[in-house]
Design a protein around this ligand. Structure first.
Ligand code: 1QQ
Length: 384
């Protein structure tokens, strides 16, 4: 019942926001010449806070470097950071503020697809480009021609992950566990299911949970009884860490691989689950050990500035700021949203920490995925 009340409130808010959006058409971003005001909507609190922190760090590092190099004629970035609180409604509030009060030229974020699928509509309506840096659910960029992302989707990453794990472990029957109230976890579930079916791997059971759940013993006890070769999980890292720890405690030992999507790609999985995270597999859009010189410099500079190594979320945020500057230069303006959008469509083969980067025709990310596995307390690359 709480769900349906929430949905009504959310829909009402979106309608109001869209109406407000109409007044923003044609308005221009405001910043001094040479200064580009960029809004960031990141989850600093709530279910996705583990991602938001490193996203903000990655963005800050890129901004520092770009501004230090700008000199007299270069582009300087003036960031406006907002917390989307991992909530669609807060994402809507933040987008409205960034677009109509701060008058940013573009928005980077929001952290969750669950937020993006609502908030991005406001930017699309107002003609403000958005670059998602961690939205991996299906359909986000279909919201409209102002919506881009540099994050590989579950669709781009999971089928490869399943193939690699099958080859490595010979798994034939698995259990599937997923969050049933989030755009990303549901999208990951669909993709996992299809990839497993395509590989003729038997799904012994499908179990679900909701955001904020802490006890997964009912689902995991049922799963254990079926003796799966692997456990396939579509979850954000908050719930994912709990699932991994409890699975091992309940007797689904570290000899049983656990396969996660983009949500598992966070050092907090290893931090929270410790040894239980051994033999966890994830598909990834970035890896720390890449010898790409830009990436080597990024890992060094990030570690020096923040005292710990970056993760995929930091890398995608860092890359997005560089992608934005590349487009701003070609747009010939720091406050023309339409020119910036057009320039973003022409990002081609740009050298980034994600490797050579382009946007596809559908404004999704075109870069190379990898499959990683937790071994000895670290994500190790299995394929590139
Ligand atoms: C999404 C995601 C999350 C797991 C990361 C922030 O990929 O919501 O699309």
């Amino acid at each position: 019942m709480g769900m349906s009340v929430g949905n009504v409130a959310r829909k009402t808010a979106v309608v109001a926001a869209l109406a407000l959006g109409l007044t923003g058409i044609g308005s221009k971003a405001q910043a001094a010449p040479g200064e580009a005001k960029i809004g960031f909507a990141l989850s600093m609190t709530g279910a996705a806070a583990a991602y938001g922190e490193t996203q903000k760090n990655g963005a800050l590092l890129a901004i520092d470097e770009i501004n230090a190099r700008a000199g007299k004629n270069g582009i300087r970035i003036v960031p406006v950071f907002e917390d989307d609180a991992s909530q669609p409604q807060q994402g809507v509030n933040v987008f409205n503020r960034l677009i109509f009060a701060d008058k940013v030229v573009m928005i980077i974020g929001p952290t969750l697809s669950n937020t993006a699928q609502v908030a991005d509509r406001i930017a699309q309506k107002a003609g403000v480009p958005v670059v998602g840096i961690s939205n991996t659910a299906r359909g986000i960029t279909d919201i409209g021609d102002y919506i881009f992302r540099d994050s590989l989707t579950e669709m781009q990453v999971i089928p490869d992950t399943i193939r690699v794990v099958e080859k490595k472990t010979g798994m034939k029957k698995v259990a599937l566990l997923y969050g049933n109230d989030d755009a990303f976890t549901k999208s990951g579930y669909d993709v996992f299911k299809k990839a497993l079916e395509d590989s003729h791997i038997k799904i012994l059971t499908e179990q679900s949970f909701s955001k904020g759940d802490r006890d997964f013993s009912a689902q995991l006890t049922e799963i254990r009884a079926l003796k799966p070769d692997a456990l396939v999980v579509s979850a954000l890292v908050e719930e994912g860490s709990g699932i991994v720890s409890q699975a091992r405690r309940l007797g689904i030992g570290t000899n049983v691989p656990i396969i996660g999507g983009n949500g598992f790609n966070s050092p907090s999985l290893i931090k929270n689950s410790g040894k239980a995270s051994e033999n966890v597999f994830v598909g990834a859009a970035w890896n720390e050990s890449s010898s790409n010189p830009l990436n080597v410099d990024f890992v060094k500079a990030y570690t020096a500035k923040f005292g710990s190594a970056p993760d995929q979320f930091a890398a995608q945020a860092y890359a997005a700021v560089h992608i934005a500057v590349d487009a701003l230069k070609r747009a010939g303006s720091t406050d023309n949203r339409k020119a910036l959008r057009d320039a973003l469509t022409r990002v081609q083969g740009l050298d980034t920490v994600l490797g050579k980067f382009s946007f596809t025709k559908g404004r999704d990310a075109d870069c190379t995925p990898v499959v990683e596995m937790v071994m000895g307390g670290k994500f190790m690359v299995l394929s590139e």
